[in-house]
Ligand binder design. Structure first.
Ligand SMILES: [Zn+2]
Length: 210
């Protein structure tokens, strides 16, 4: 089971003090999704992966952490606003704002994952618009990561993002010749290519790989 604790955090931006729940322990039974989303019960702990200060709107894994960009950025529409229709889930918004700070701070290797978390939170609410938008934003951030910092795990997640945003031909064009270092990883990639040919945008887990 998942156990939580409450910890008081002092916002590093505005000094607001608030209790935030955090995960003391959890478990994960079953197969991970092909984009690395964990199975239950860890799957349901996402609301505790991001904190938003109620006073200044700072979104971070912990608001006591130093803000990595200027304070003024938190006041901009670029940070605060969402195009219509707005995300259904407040959690989606929180992860997107966390990602916006990371991207603004050139931390693309963190921002892509925050956008992916935003997509998962949108998936959970049946918000297909922001699930897609968040995945496109995640892909954009991955594109900004230096090639020598991209590993095979990221290559496979990127393939899943392309497939789930309907970019099937692009996935086939870019990955048909790709060979990874381990058989299991190549099997995952072959599976992604097969599903891309079928124009299948569904969620699959590692257990679906033969
Ligand atoms: Zn604050």
């Amino acid at each position: 089971m998942t156990t939580l604790s409450k910890n008081a955090q002092i916002c590093s931006v505005c000094g607001c003090v608030k209790d935030y729940p955090s995960v003391m322990s959890t478990n994960a039974f079953g197969s991970v999704d092909l984009d690395t989303r964990p199975p239950e019960m860890k799957r349901s702990t996402m609301p505790y992966w991001v904190q938003v200060c109620p006073e200044c709107g700072y979104a971070s894994s912990e608001v006591s952490r130093e803000l990595s960009c200027s304070k003024e950025f938190l006041q901009t529409d670029e940070y605060k606003s969402f195009s219509l229709p707005e995300p259904v889930s407040g959690l989606t918004k929180a992860f997107i704002q966390k990602a916006r700070i990371e991207s603004q701070s050139d931390k693309y290797s963190e921002a892509w994952y925050s956008y992916l978390c935003a997509a998962w939170a949108a998936d959970d609410k049946g918000d297909s618009h922001w699930a897609r938008q968040s995945r496109l934003l995640s892909l954009e951030q991955i594109g900004r990561i230096a090639k020598d910092e991209q590993n095979e795990n990221l290559t496979l997640i990127r393939a899943d993002l392309l497939r789930k945003t309907g970019q099937h031909q692009r996935l086939l064009n870019e990955y048909s010749e790709t060979r990874l270092s381990e058989e299991f990883l190549n099997n995952i990639l072959s599976f992604q290519l097969k599903k891309a040919r079928e124009e299948d945008e569904a969620t699959y887990t590692a257990a679906d790989i033969e």
